[in-house]
Design a protein around this ligand. Structure first.
Ligand SMILES: [Zn+2]
Length: 337
């Protein structure tokens, strides 16, 4: 594809605004690069992400509008604030098959030099089950833990990034009814409540045009991590992440096979023309929506692999947007026609 594969060493140079005064080739006179920029990628700590998974599971099942999810929200918010990030809640009431439910997306911003917005996201609710204690270690505690840790790393960066990064934790991704499309209709689907509301907020605040990329983490903490390509995702964005992951040595994780999931929280963004990618392991995760989606199924290493890859991809995504100015993706409807 159009993205050039680069050696991992070159990532250290990416966040710099100005090119070095001498061409890089002259560095070869010495045995190591002069004055290497901070090793941002190395800072992601899988054990910290794992600790966030434990904390979420300790709250119990966490469906929308429950005390358990409120506790989870407070935990995520406090963590992000402790890293110096500005955190806000996007609160709304959703009409669900169980009646009106209070929901809230959590938003944390890392201001950049420009208003170009890149969103890194995950849902943080667990699916409601009447007769099952579902704690969702991989769905979604691991992606939430990874996103919190990404927030810590980004918050610790000394230099402002070129693009503004926003971490968004969506409420109400899971359907209230057992099946994804069992309840609701096309106008009012019974799923992705938080992401649909957040897109409406981006429209209302005239931010939809400046939102140039959306990265979704959903079920990426399995100890046997294998990520296929979701065919709905925007190809250039997916390519940058896949190629970056492979360049970091994770070629056994970032696979070319299709992960045919469709839907998910990236769909409302794609429908609004925002390039979006879903990083998900669904078809080869045997514990999906089962009582045994427990902490022993996820690993610190898997979360680190995804966390490092996303952190290393962010400057490359920004670079791609600046260089190529990719236009709005066709809406979902256009794709289906
Ligand atoms: Zn789920």
């Amino acid at each position: 594809m159009t993205v050039v594969l680069v050696a991992p060493l070159l990532f250290w140079g990416c966040p710099k605004e100005n090119p070095p005064s001498k061409p890089r080739a002259t560095v070869s006179k010495t045995t190591r690069p002069i004055d290497p920029p901070p090793l941002v990628v190395a800072a992601f700590n899988g054990e910290r992400a794992m600790d966030h998974v434990k904390k979420q599971i300790d709250f119990g099942p966490r469906p929308p509008d429950t005390e358990q999810l409120a506790k989870t929200r407070a935990y995520i918010t406090n963590e992000l604030k402790s890293y110096g990030l500005a955190v806000s809640l996007d609160e709304f009431t959703a009409k669900t098959p169980q009646g009106e439910k209070k929901m809230a997306n959590i938003v944390a911003e890392i201001p950049g030099e420009t208003k170009t917005l890149i969103l890194i996201t995950s849902h943080y609710d667990t699916k409601f089950y009447k007769d099952m204690s579902f704690v969702g270690a991989n769905d979604p505690a691991a992606s939430v833990g990874t996103l919190i840790e990404i927030g810590r790393v980004l918050g610790s960066q000394k230099e402002k990034p070129k693009a503004t990064y926003r971490l968004v934790f969506f409420d109400g991704e899971e359907s209230i009814c057992e099946g994804w499309s069992e309840c609701g209709d096309e106008e009012n689907p019974d799923n992705t409540y938080g992401s649909r509301h957040y897109v409406s907020q981006l429209h209302a605040r005239n931010e939809i045009e400046s939102t140039r990329a959306m990265i979704l983490l959903d079920m990426m903490g399995y100890r046997n991590l294998e990520l296929g390509r979701d065919p709905l995702s925007t190809r250039w964005l997916q390519d940058i992440i896949w190629q970056t992951g492979r360049a970091l040595g994770y070629d056994k994780v970032f696979l070319d096979r299709t992960e045919g999931v469709g839907g998910d929280d990236h769909e409302p963004f794609l429908a609004a023309g925002v390039p979006a990618v879903d990083i998900i392991q669904l078809t080869s995760y045997p514990h999906w929506h089962r009582a045994d989606d427990t902490i022993d199924k996820v690993s610190a290493q898997s979360m680190r692999i995804v966390g490092e890859t996303i952190l290393a991809s962010l400057p490359k995504i920004t670079e791609y947007i600046i260089k190529n100015n990719p236009q709005k993706v066709p809406s979902m409807k256009t794709i289906q026609e």
